[in-house]
Design a protein around this ligand. Sequence first.
Ligand code: ZN
Length: 263
Amino acid sequence: PLEPDIDLSIVARGTPGFSGADLENLVNEAALYAARQNKDKVSLSDLEFAKDKVLMGTERRSMVISDEEKRNTAYHEGGHALVAKLIPGSDPIHKVTIIPRGRALGLTQQLPVDEKHAYPSSYLVNNITILLGGRAAEELVLEDFTTGAGNDIERATEIARKMVCNWGMSKEMGPLTFGKTEEQVFLGREIATHKNYSEETAERIDKEISRIVTENYDRAKKLLSDNIDTLHRLSQRLLEKEVLNAEEIDEIMGIQPPAEEPQ
Ligand code: ZN
């Protein structure tokens, strides 16, 4: 049984792309977690716990992390969160945490307002900027880099590559696809990408990908340096509390909650 005040639309927004089996797993985990606390009903916080576990792996609170590493992570995640907040139209921030999970030292979680099936290029570009916000914050504040941004950079580069090579979103390269991917449908995964363009084109593709990534890195850095005080406040609070939710982030940024509808 569920607590009566559970809003399942929040759970739904946090689980885009989940299959029926994934959702079943999530509900199972939530029930187990509730039972472990001797509760007879499942609450939203149990579902939230289960969702984080399914999506990101188990919390590793016992992992020993130095103060310096923690501070680096707080600024890295603070960078993602602040860039996402500063770009209009990006997916709302749901939670920022510096509690290690699985292989990640921290995490910034955005929840799309609705399930998207086609992404406008502006949305993709914004996502590249948000992905690079972590590294940009490191460069601005720590004046050094950590390897924590490796996965972000890989993902940002991959989006830029697809914009240029698959989705015809680069003005420079035009509405063409580059590289033919042979898919073995019955296995459902990419097997090999064949190069069907000249060396000269390959060079232009590389340049264009590099331009998109670099421009958006600079954009992230500018957003953060223009709001450096907010970045400090956000990261300090993250260090103190380890987890910040959407309302807490708004409060730190001085954003008023929307006025309640009059009854
Ligand atoms: Zn990151």
